[in-house]
Write a protein that binds this ligand. Structure first.
Ligand code: ANZ
Ligand code: ZN
Length: 760
């Protein structure tokens, strides 16, 4: 039989839809497995290689668990709010709703063509009012619990996207979306009080033993809990502030504090309240505030600063000490001021040396005593509240009304969803107002409390809102009365395995843990932590070892690969590229080898007279273990090696091989299962083969070693050695070495467990 994927794949995809291969049953009595991959953003470019990796992994894992008797939930949906659709609308004048629908249709076609066994009956879309009704509902619960608040603050602002950003969206000082250097801007914003959950978010990490260490550490560092103290220094003759409070983790070094340093931000506040700062201070503050944070805090950077001329008193030894302003002290951490202890702190030492400030060697006080006498205990976090509003059109409206009489009033839950109105202009205003502000009929509404005139909140939610709870909805996606039924949640959650990107560790992964913890505290859901196991994947680079990009011309397009080789080859090659967590490079030659392997599988003719194969049992063990531990690349290698070494297999053993291969190459195996093996049901509905551990126990055998047909040695070995293993072992024999000196090995004749003959 000739293998032509284009002739068979569509047919089996249709068949799987008909028999509902991916359909998950909420009322099943089986043990459940909830397998999740991050749902995609449906962009105009379609899905790329970076999507293929986690989806294929999740699909193999899901099919494997179904065949092992689990009720598997492997759902999919669309994370479809966000800037690109809106930018496209700006350029082409197509409504984001329409371009999003088109993109979804295209991406769905792609996923189907890749042979993904999703439960399509649970498909969700974050831009569907039936879905975002519940995103808005959760926001209201946060608001009612005092965890959503409005404030004017200095926030991150992307001048290109013309919107405010959360701290988590600023990567190395740049906008996470477009790479533009982020500015600071004073704006009225909505915040979510994620800091109220800092300790819970940290504590929860302890109960996630199956999360990778680096992922947990990254979240831990981002939350950045540090235990220390607040210490007050009184300021001498200064009308703008009587005292200066500092945050320190080393209260024990207080006697050695020989000067204080304030951040440029704090100096600016003093200046704004009327302080006539010396000229050089004013200038320094201006220059510093224009700098990026990472530029200010770089360790190798030459320290800069200016004496403010203001003096303070060290409360421990009552000595008068100067207050300096320097940009290595940040305005947004602690109190925005520090006590400098050059004897114990490297940065302070460097600073003191440069500016000739006093360095003294004072004995330490034990920490608790120092705090008791001179300060108060303080736990400080690096985590900031989540800036939760965007000044853009294509997002969930924030369901609040501003009323002159009643203040800020939540929209009644019965009136959700607050749907996005049609607009003519999507152009971000750049003034800090969203385009929604221009639509008067929408903005003007009645106050839900007093019935008087009110105005709708015109900011929209950030891209991360819809994904902060989506896995809960999959459990019960059509529910009209609540975000999901409790018994459905009880059965399916938590997610057992979550495949996704490393780049989401301090964004989506942190935000969604926060919402989950909150909903759990409110009693709406059943699990404290959303995901038991997290499996990040490595990036797929171009064949030149560089990041795939249009400008480099090294982009591998899955649609083209699919057309050329078929889905099964593409899937298997993808998995074969390397360990799931490693960065790997695409290799156009390598994929041919996988295609050839499937050609051979297709052309294989079983032999009814072949004895039962022991190596099939070894293969079952190997593939079972490899899938369970997410080692897909070694599993693919094992299939190839097996076929290279086993030319004779009876029907029963060949059937086992095909079943094992089914999760990897779902179409080809289905075709063989039906057309060659003449079965009526799906290969994917078969039970996973079990191996006979008695058969894979390595028994010892004696292998005769010949050179040119003459017996030269007899070696003892484990049974079932492959030719290369036997060769290696035989070449280790001293006797063989002696006889082989004379020539190069030409042919090798190997009879498993019996004989190896080198022809030289
Ligand atoms: C005196 C001292 C002596 C300090 C010493 C350290 C070592 P973490 O662990 O990150 O919380 N600090 C406080 N606020 C700061 C700010 N806004 N910008 C820059 N640095 C700031 O670090 C806490 C320590 O960082 C604090 O303890 C303070 O310096 C500094 F031998 O106080 B320490
Ligand atoms: Zn941007």
């Amino acid at each position: 039989m000739k293998y032509d994927p284009s002739k068979i794949e569509k047919r089996w995809q249709k068949y799987w839809q008909e028999i509902g291969i991916g359909k998950a049953d909420n009322n099943s009595s089986k043990k459940k497995k909830y397998i999740l991959t991050e749902f995609p953003y449906p962009s105009g470019e379609g899905l790329h290689m970076g999507h293929l990796r986690p989806y294929t992994a999740g699909d193999v894992y899901s099919r494997f668990h179904r065949m092992n008797g689990f009720e598997v939930l492997y759902p999919i949906g669309w994370d479809a709010f966000g800037l690109p659709a809106e930018n496209f609308a700006l350029k082409k004048g197509v409504h984001p709703r329409i371009s999003t629908a088109n993109n979804i249709e295209n991406a769905k076609k792609q996923l189907l063509s890749w042979g993904m066994s999703f439960d399509w009956s649970r498909e969700i879309n974050t831009t569907d009012p039936e879905y975002y009704k519940w995103t808005q509902w959760i926001f209201l619960q946060l608001f009612k619990a005092g965890l959503a608040y409005e404030a004017t603050g200095l926030i991150n602002w992307c001048p290109s996207c013309k919107t405010g950003l959360a701290n988590e969206e600023v990567i190395d000082g740049k906008c996470e979306r477009c790479g533009t250097v982020v500015e600071k801007k004073e704006l009225r914003q909505w915040y979510l009080k994620i800091t109220a959950y800092a300790d819970k978010l940290l504590d929860g990490l302890k109960y996630l033993p199956e999360w990778p260490g680096p992922v947990k550490l990254q979240q831990e560092n981002w939350i950045g809990r540090s235990e220390g103290a607040l210490i007050k220094f009184s300021i001498l003759h200064f009308q703008f502030s009587e005292e200066l409070e500092v945050f320190t983790t080393r209260a024990d070094t207080l006697f050695g504090a020989t000067f204080l340093v304030i951040s440029p931000e704090l100096a600016k506040r003093w200046i704004d309240s009327g302080w006539q700062a010396p000229d050089d201070v004013g200038k320094y503050v201006k220059i510093s505030l224009a700098k990026e944070e990472r530029q200010r805090t770089a360790e190798d950077k030459d320290k800069t600063g200016v004496d403010t001329g203001v003096k303070a008193i060290n409360p421990a030894n009552k000595k008068e000490i100067p207050i300096w302003v320097a940009d290595y002290v940040l305005g947004g951490y602690g109190t925005g001021a520090i006590m400098a202890v050059p004897q114990h702190d490297e940065r302070d030492k460097e600073f003191a040396k440069k500016f000739g400030l006093l360095i003294v060697d004072e004995p330490l006080v034990p920490i608790n005593e120092a705090i008791e006498k001179f300060g108060t205990k303080k736990i400080q976090y690096k985590l900031r509240d989540w800036v939760f509003s965007r000044q853009r059109y294509w997002g969930e409206p924030i369901p609040l009304v501003h009323c002159d009489k009643c203040g800020i009033v939540p929209v009644s839950e019965d009136d959700l969803p607050v749907t996005l109105p049609e607009v003519e202009k999507y152009e971000p205003t750049g003034t800090g107002e969203s385009p929604l502000a221009a639509i008067e009929e929408w903005v003007n509404t009645k106050c839900p409390e007093c019935g008087g005139d009110g105005k709708r909140e015109t900011n929209t939610m950030p891209q991360w809102a819809g994904s902060s709870w989506y896995w809960l909805r999959y459990a019960d996606p059509k529910n009209k009365n609540e975000l999901a039924d409790k018994s459905a949640l009880k059965y399916w959650t938590p997610v057992d395995v979550y495949f996704g990107g490393m780049e989401h560790t301090t964004l989506h992964l942190l935000y969604s843990r926060f919402w989950n913890l909150f909903l759990y505290d409110q009693g709406y859901i059943t699990e404290k932590e959303p995901y038991l196991k997290r499996i990040p994947h490595g990036i797929v680079l171009g064949s030149d070892g560089e990041k795939m990009s249009k400008s480099r011309g090294n982009v591998v397009n899955p649609d083209e690969i699919l057309e050329k080789y078929g889905a099964d080859t593409m899937r298997m090659y993808e998995l074969f590229l390397g360990p799931h967590e490693s960065t790997v490079s695409w290799n156009s030659k390598g994929i041919v080898g996988v295609k050839r392997f499937l050609d051979r599988v297709f052309g294989f003719i079983f032999d009814e007279s072949a004895p039962e194969s022991k190596t099939v049992h070894k293969l079952i063990k190997k593939i079972t273990e490899d899938i369970s531990s997410i080692k897909f690349n070694t599993a693919v290698a094992a299939f190839m090696q097996f076929l290279n070494e086993n030319v004779r297999l009876n029907k029963k053993d060949w059937e086992k091989f095909i079943i094992l291969l089914a999760p990897f190459a779902p179409h080809a195996t289905e075709e063989i299962w039906h057309e060659v093996m003449k079965n009526k049901d799906s290969v994917h509905a078969q039970l996973w083969p079990v191996y006979d551990s008695g058969l894979i126990l390595d028994e010892k055998v004696k292998i005769v070693v010949q050179i040119n047909g003459k017996v030269r040695d007899m070696i003892e070995a484990d049974s079932g050695l492959t030719e290369s293993e036997a060769k290696e072992l035989a070449l280790g024999s001293e006797k063989v070495k002696k006889y082989l000196k004379s020539g190069n090995i030409g042919k090798i004749i190997y009879i498993q467990d019996r004989l190896i003959n080198f022809v030289v």
